[in-house]
Design a protein around this ligand. Structure first.
Ligand code: NAD
Length: 327
């Protein structure tokens, strides 16, 4: 039995669908709320849904778990409530880590590319304390994800107990079906699709750095199935060492490329409108992210990642314009 925290969310529900398809029993810890998130699970309901407030009590008497996949978090890079974000992203993660260490349960948990801040210290998923201490996240969300990575590194350095296998996954920009509840945090692929579907030219923020042309801000965009494939592979005990793993494609792509791919997938002309970057994002905006993927490759993961063009086409044709947008 596998516990997925955040299993009603975007990545969690696509992973839960894949596990259910394999015949795995899954327990989800999450809130369904009234955002239609239940639709993320409609085609493959889990055995149980545990409200986050009841998770500690549930874990205290839980049946043996074969793995915990901890994705539950305040996932908004714009979060401002420090206490709530710390409680969800750090304190809960610490309790789950301790549980997995004490009960010898393998653990995958979500970290984030936001831990790299402006990228000036590079994008290397080196889990050593010395390296982690060089990173400076730009926002509260990234700070909390980084704080947990650091806490893990300090515990390991102190020889404290750890789960028998663990992987902290530094997701880059994930896009795909089941992300529709995410409001302002929905992927840029979906936002640009909606603009094009309304007959508008996709709008992109003007560059806020002097040496950067408009549309040339770059991110490492990754199709959600590639993320799920890596998680399933890590769970499959292929001998990967425990540690932090970047989870992007290894190739930064521009927002202009993304907008053009969305236009093409919708059969629309490749036109783009540039708009000023909102004040709230200035100084907190990552102009470039690109995952260094050597650690996952060295661990033995060999499958290629989906190109931005193929992922966007699949998302638009099979989901956004398909019979159902849900997995
Ligand atoms: P999401 O918001 O769709 O999913 C997160 C889920 O966690 C939500 O359903 C939320 O209700 C749930 N949650 C919040 N607090 C919880 C708690 N205390 N206990 C249990 N569940 C709780 O986001 P997502 O995009 O699916 O992200 C999944 C994980 O990956 C998150 O930890 C996020 O920070 C991380 N991540 C995502 C991306 C991305 O591009 N989507 C990038 C980097 C990191």
């Amino acid at each position: 039995m596998i516990l997925i925290t955040g299993g009603a969310g975007f990545i969690g529900s696509v992973l839960q669908a894949a596990l259910a398809r394999q015949g795995q029993a899954t327990i989800v810890a999450d809130r369904l709320r009234d955002t239609g998130k239940w639709r993320n699970l409609a085609a493959h309901p889990p055995d149980e849904i545990i409200p986050p407030d009841a998770l500690d009590a549930w874990l205290a008497t839980s049946p043996p778990l074969s793995a915990v996949i901890h994705l539950g978090a305040v996932s908004a890079t714009t979060a401002t409530d420090g206490d709530h974000t710390w409680a969800s992203n750090v304190a809960l993660s610490q309790r789950i880590w301790r549980h997995c260490a004490a009960h010898r349960v393998p653990l995958l948990y979500a970290s984030s590319a936001a831990t790299y801040g402006d990228g000036s210290a590079g994008f290397d998923d080196d889990a050593s304390l010395a390296h982690l201490e060089t990173l400076r996240p730009l926002n509260l969300y990234g700070f909390t994800k980084h704080a947990f990575d650091l806490w893990v590194a300090r515990r390991l350095a102190a020889g404290r107990p750890a789960p028998p296998f663990w992987a902290g996954l530094k997701f880059f920009n994930v896009y795909g079906p089941n992300e529709y509840h995410k409001g302002a945090m929905i992927s840029v692929v979906k936002v640009k699709h909606d603009e094009v579907a309304q007959g508008l030219a996709p709008r992109l923020f003007r560059a806020d750095a002097a040496d950067l042309a408009d549309g040339q801000q770059k991110r490492d965009f990754i199709w959600v199935d590639d993320v799920v494939d890596v998680m399933l592979w890590l769970l499959g005990a292929h001998g990967a060492p425990s540690g932090l793993y970047n989870l992007g494609t290894g190739q930064a792509r521009s927002y202009l490329d993304l907008a053009h791919a969305v236009c093409r997938a919708n059969g629309a002309p490749e036109a783009v409108e540039f708009i000023p970057m909102p004040k709230s994002l200035r100084g907190q905006y990552q102009n470039f992210t690109e995952a260094r993927m050597h650690r996952l490759r060295a661990a033995g993961y060999t499958r290629p990642f989906t190109s931005l063009e193929d992922g966007v086409t699949r998302y638009v044709h099979a989901y956004l314009r398909g019979p159902t947008p849900y997995r």
